[in-house]
Design a protein around this ligand. Structure first.
Ligand SMILES: O=C(O)CCC(=O)C(=O)O
Ligand SMILES: [Fe+2]
Length: 237
C-alpha cells in the first residue's frame, strides 16, 4: 500500500517537472545505466565552488578503513548528508548523516526533477587528483531501497568509471564479459538502475595524468523500516 502511494507520488513529480536532459541508455547483461548532462558548465562550476565551501569531510577514525585488521587512510575524502537522524553503514562503519546544505538540496532536487525518484541520503567523495580513487565494489547494502537507482552526480575533473561483471573478475574470470567503461563528465548524472549493483562491481581507477579535483555525489534512498534482525536506519526522527 505504502509503495503504491510512493509510486504515485513519484509519477506526479515526473509529470510536473520534466527536465530537458538527453539521456543515453547503457545496457549489458544485468546492467542498466542512464547517463546525461544535468548541469551546464557554468552551473557545474558554481556548484563545485559552493560545495568546496559547504561540505565538511570526515576526519580521524571516520576517514579510515580496516583491511585485514590494519587501519588505512582512504584514498579520497568522504562525507555523508541526508534527512535528519539517518544513519548508513558502509565499509563496516556506521555514519550519521549531516543535515542537507542548501547546495546539496538544490542538486538533490535537480536529480529528482530529472528522474522522478526521491532520495534521503547522499554519500560525497572528493578526489584531490588522479591519485585518489575508489576500489572495485558494489553498492548492494541491504538498507538501500532495492527499487531506487543510485544517482551519481560528478563535478570537476572528468574521470574514468569502470564496471565489471561479478563473474568476469580476476585473471581467470569464469565468464568472458567485457567491462563497461565510461567517462563521467563535469555536470553529469549517471543512474545505476537495479539490478546493476547485484551483478556488476564498479571502480574509479587511478589516473596519474589527472591533476584537478573531482567531487562525486551518490544520492541514495535508504529504507527507514528495519528488515529482519537489522536495526532501523534512524536514531530518532
Ligand atoms: O566517484 C565515483 O564516481 C564513484 C563513487 C562510488 O562508487 C560510491 O560512492 O559508492
Ligand atoms: Fe559505489
Amino acid at each position: 500500500m505504502q509503495n503504491e502511494e510512493d509510486e504515485e507520488a513519484e509519477l506526479e513529480v515526473l509529470a510536473e517537472f520534466s527536465h530537458p536532459v538527453p539521456w543515453q541508455k547503457i545496457e549489458a547483461q544485468g546492467l542498466d545505466l542512464d547517463y546525461a548532462l544535468l548541469f551546464s558548465k557554468e552551473e557545474a562550476d558554481a556548484l563545485f565552488k559552493q560545495l568546496e565551501e559547504e561540505v565538511m569531510y570526515s576526519t580521524g577514525e571516520e576517514a579510515k578503513v580496516q583491511v585485514f585488521g590494519k587501519l588505512h587512510n582512504i584514498p579520497r575524502r568522504q562525507a555523508t548528508y541526508g534527512d535528519a537522524g539517518l544513519r548508513y553503514t558502509y565499509s563496516g562503519r556506521t555514519h550519521l548523516a549531516c543535515t542537507w546544505t542548501p547546495t546539496l538540496e538544490y542538486i538533490r532536487d535537480a536529480v529528482t526533477n530529472a528522474t522522478g525518484h526521491t532520495f534521503n541520503f547522499v554519500l560525497i567523495n572528493r578526489y584531490r587528483d588522479g591519485e585518489d580513487h575508489i576500489g572495485e565494489h558494489r553498492d548492494d547494502e541491504k538498507e538501500l531501497d532495492p527499487v531506487c537507482p543510485i544517482a551519481s552526480v560528478s563535478l570537476g575533473a572528468a574521470r574514468d568509471f569502470v564496471l565489471r561483471h561479478r563473474d568476469a573478475r580476476g585473471k581467470r574470470g569464469a565468464r568472458r564479459l567485457e567491462p563497461v567503461k565510461l567517462q563521467l563528465a563535469h555536470g553529469s548524472l549517471l543512474l545505476m538502475n537495479p539490478p546493476t549493483n547485484t551483478f556488476w562491481y564498479h571502480s574509479l581507477p587511478v589516473r596519474k595524468k589527472v591533476r584537478l579535483p573531482r567531487i562525486n555525489l551518490t544520492f541514495r534512498r535508504i529504507l527507514l523500516i528495519s528488515r529482519g534482525e537489522e536495526p532501523a536506519n534512524v536514531w530518532s526522527l
